[in-house]
Design a binder for this molecule. Structure first.
Ligand SMILES: [Zn+2]
Length: 236
């Protein structure tokens, strides 16, 4: 195999690794963002439950005050009952008292429901707080680690690029340009091996004459379909 082909194969190997590392640098911040998002969601839930709980307690207080004021009013009516002159007055006061008794009884029912809901909210709050703590802990434990990993991978990519570039410098300019364009436009695959009698990059069938030349490896052969540079697979 001519030296240029050997260099191109090595460069492609490096670009494959660069590609993997680039995917990793994209995946790591996403992982971190997902964790931050997890904490935000947990915080929001805890806050919402706390607000609902405080609303519930406020309503309970108001209902209790209403009951108390109704009881006071009933006391007043009962005192008035002692001094009524007519049957009509007596009936009217009595009906006021029994109305207030009914009102209080239904407020009592509402209070019970509110108390039941309060218990449920407290349980929910505890559960959500546990989730919140776990999310915060996960973020705290991973934040520095992931940022460090991103830095390391970014440095590795820079190093690999400079290694690839110094190999590229030994090639003629037109080949470097061609390689760079293929890396950019052909899914980071500039140099591929044949698979049987097809191109390993696009699957296109290679002419027998081309396969013979490929085997000889005395010049750079391009796939007639995708344009990638082909290398005979036994020369891997
Ligand atoms: Zn091809």
């Amino acid at each position: 195999m001519i030296n240029e082909l050997q260099i191109l194969v090595e460069m492609q190997k490096i670009d494959d690794v660069i590609g993997e590392k680039i995917s990793l640098t994209k995946a790591l911040p996403k992982k971190l963002n997902d964790m931050i998002e997890g904490v935000n969601v947990a915080n929001e839930k805890v806050k919402m439950i706390a607000e609902e709980l405080s609303e519930n307690k406020k309503t309970q207080k108001l209902k209790e005050l209403e009951i108390k004021s109704n009881i006071e009013q009933m006391g007043k009516y009962k005192n008035q009952l002692l001094n009524v002159q007519t049957n009509k007055e007596y009936k009217a006061l009595n009906s006021e008292v029994s109305h207030l008794e009914n009102v209080n009884s239904s407020i009592d029912d509402e209070l019970l429901l509110l108390m039941e809901n309060e218990t449920k909210l407290k349980e929910q709050s505890q559960a959500e707080q546990k989730i919140q703590e776990a999310a915060q802990k996960e973020l705290k434990e991973n934040e520095d680690k992931l940022n460090e990993e991103i830095e390391v991978v970014t440095a590795e990519i820079t190093e690999l690029r400079s290694k690839r570039n110094s190999m590229a410098k030994t090639l003629p300019t037109n080949i470097i340009k061609r390689y760079a364009a293929l890396i950019k436009n052909k899914n980071r695959k500039a140099v591929v091996f044949n698979v049987g009698n097809t191109c390993g990059g696009c699957g296109y069938s290679l002419r027998p004459q081309l396969l013979i030349e490929l085997k000889k490896a005395t010049r750079i052969i391009n796939c007639e379909n995708c344009g990638r540079m082909l290398v005979y697979n036994e020369l891997k």
